[in-house]
Design a protein around this ligand. Structure first.
Ligand code: C2E
Ligand code: MG
Ligand code: MG
Length: 589
């Protein structure tokens, strides 16, 4: 068995007799060393620390009271017991004041000395235990602090720096670039339709995709660059010591290529694309906030143009942001000021070319800018939530107009009205629609609501429930802009819909692009198989119409016959149609 560690005592006294007595008394149990003067003691203490020091107060040149602070400097847990021949309370108080633990009077009562030594060593034991505990605690706190520090500056999912660390690195890069007159590039990258991917496949595959994107980004840039994940599917890259824009273009194109390559997530092949906005220091902002803001503007521009591309910031982009801000402001008042109007675009039968329906499309008569296109304000109304009251307004006024035509004895024509994603998420949409139908006395069988694929795919379960509720009222549902979203054809059979509207993008090149023609044919065949009616959007030429006829499309709408027109002009279209029909009748007779 290892010999038990002996506690150590340094005895300091100028009287040899005292040193001997104490050593004799204590050396059996403890490891004792004796010193005659304070200087000798300090020399010994330089070599070794002691658990206990028993020191005389009167020691010649340096006395015991002066010695104690020096002991504590090098060994704060050593316990000191003072000895003195003086019987005064003042000397005891002096000793305690500088940190002595106990005080023994001469001549000694040896039993008392043994008790006092034991008590002092027990105190030392407590002190060292407390110190150990404190050290341990300090280490734990440090470790936790390091961990928290890491978490505060990194993204837990990808382990990349987060926004705070990115901005910190950007700040340092600014300082260096200013000193050395260098360029910096900041890239904002966002995955296109990431929300749809993660909503359709679940969050875990979505997370794995983001981790894989992080790995691919690392392969595209040098070690000195910083890649950060901000939130969701947004990443930021900081490229320093840039020589020219060409260098950045090469990196950006490499990134686009890397992201376009299919991802293997849980044995599924996933395809995604990225939008990238680029800003340069100093041209696009010589402070952090301006540069980040402008890079964000460049990214929004790429997204607004359909994604899967990149753009460098230009000052004109900010002008359109300003325009957007003032538009947003005006939009808030447009409803109160009665600036909206419903236009109607006829839908025609593919065989007879007769008007068989209409689509209601909103227009904004802006007091200064004139007619603003829905493309410019519908997304804004979506973002701000104004689409909900605006959508109600359109539905009410379109129904009022249609009912009026019916009352005026015109042909009863079914009418479709667009419903935006945000409206579809409104829990009481079916009640609102039912109320409007009751209020305008419009028969539900003449109303169709157009929803887009993506608004269904963002929360299919909820959307299907809402569509079922709407169908219960007796109205019909169509899928608008079909082919541009993410839903698979096989998904269609699960949806309670009546009509498919083929997006203009496929109709446009129908006559010149065999792939588009094949696609449209597949869509029409499948839709008919599912007993859905097919309407082609955006027909502009006779050629396109001929193809649609051949492919057995049911109805069409487009500039070839008429643009969306005001209610007054729509009656004229109907009247013209009647006149032509009457003339035809006359000719036949
Ligand atoms: P949409 O529902 O797909 O409507 C068809 C759009 O295509 C209309 O644009 C129409 O003017 C246009 N169009 C029709 N035929 C042709 C053609 O032959 N050639 C070309 N180039 N375009 C054609 P518009 O009226 O500017 O509306 C754009 C989009 O704004 C609509 O697309 C719809 O998504 C949305 N929108 C319009 N009105 C409303 C509304 O009241 N509520 C909601 N939520 N969205 C609306
Ligand atoms: Mg539509
Ligand atoms: Mg459409």
């Amino acid at each position: 068995m290892a010999e038990k560690h002996k506690e150590s005592i340094l005895i300091i006294d100028d009287e040899a007799m005292v040193r001997n007595v104490l050593c004799q008394l204590l050396c059996d149990k403890y490891f004792c060393i004796a010193a005659e003067t304070a200087e000798d003691a300090l020399a010994i203490l330089e070599e070794k620390t002691f658990d206990l020091i028993i020191s005389d107060i009167d020691l010649g040149r340096t006395n015991g009271i002066e010695l104690i602070p020096k002991v504590f400097e090098s060994s704060p847990d050593t316990v000191v017991v003072m000895i003195s021949g003086k019987q005064t309370i003042e000397s005891a108080i002096d000793a305690m004041r500088v940190g002595a633990f106990d005080y023994i009077k001469k001549p000694f009562d040896l039993d008392y000395v043994e008790i006092a030594v034991r008590r002092a060593l027990d105190h030392h034991y407590l002190l060292t235990a407390k110190r150990r505990y404190e050290n341990h605690l300090e280490e734990l706190v440090k470790q936790r602090t390091d961990e928290l520090h890491y978490l505060a500056y990194h993204d837990a999912l990808t382990d990349l720096p987060n926004r705070i660390l990115f901005e910190d690195r950007l700040f340092q890069a600014f300082v260096q670039a200013r000193q050395n007159r260098q360029k910096i590039a900041v890239l904002f990258l966002s995955l296109d339709r990431f929300k749809i991917i993660s909503d359709t496949l679940g969050h875990i595959p979505g997370f794995k995709l983001l981790q894989e994107v992080a790995e691919r980004l690392k392969r595209c840039v040098g070690e000195n660059s910083t890649i950060a994940r901000f939130e969701g599917d947004e990443f930021a890259l900081l490229l320093t010591q840039i020589k020219n824009a060409k260098e950045v273009v090469e990196i950006v194109e490499k990134i686009v290529e890397e992201i376009n390559f299919p991802f293997s997530i849980d044995r599924n092949k996933l395809f995604t694309t990225a939008s990238i906005g680029v800003g340069f220091f100093p041209e696009d902002g010589d402070d952090i906030q301006t540069l980040l803001k402008n890079t964000g503007v460049a990214l929004s521009r790429v997204k607004a143009q359909g994604g899967n591309s990149y753009q460098f910031f230009t000052p004109e982009m900010n002008l359109s942001v300003l325009k957007r801000l003032s538009l947003e402001n005006d939009l808030r008042y447009a409803l109160e000021r009665n600036e909206f109007e419903v236009y109607f675009q006829p839908k025609l039968d593919i065989h007879t070319r007769q008007i068989v329906g209409m689509e209601a499309l909103v227009r904004w008569n802006h007091p200064k800018s004139g007619i603003v296109s829905p493309h410019d304000f519908i997304p804004l109304a979506e973002e701000t939530g104004l689409i909900v009251p605006l959508g109600e307004w359109v539905l009410r006024n379109a129904c009022l107009q249609n009912k009026k035509w019916q009352n005026d004895g015109l042909k009863f024509l079914p009418m479709s009205v667009n419903v935006s994603p945000r409206q579809l998420e409104t829990p009481n949409l079916s009640e609102i629609v039912a109320e409007i139908l009751a209020e305008t006395k419009m028969d539900a069988s003449y109303l169709e609501l157009e929803v887009t694929e993506s608004s269904i795919m963002s929360d299919p379960e909820c959307a299907v429930k809402m569509l079922n509720d709407l169908k219960k009222i007796g109205i019909r549902i169509s899928i608008d802009d079909f082919g541009t979203g993410y839903s698979s054809l096989s998904y269609l059979k699960h949806l309670p819909i009546d009509v498919l509207k083929i997006d203009r993008a496929f109709v446009q090149d129908l006559a010149s692009n065999a792939d588009d023609a094949a696609l449209v044919m597949t869509i029409i065949t499948l839709a008919h198989h599912l007993r859905l009616k097919v309407v082609a959007e955006g027909v502009e030429t006779e050629d396109q119409l001929r193809y649609l006829h051949l492919l057995k499309c049911d109805e069409w709408q487009g500039f070839l016959y008429s643009k969306p027109v005001s209610a007054d002009r729509f009656i004229k279209l109907l009247a013209d149609e009647n006149q032509i029909a009457a003339q035809d009748l006359m000719k036949d007779q």
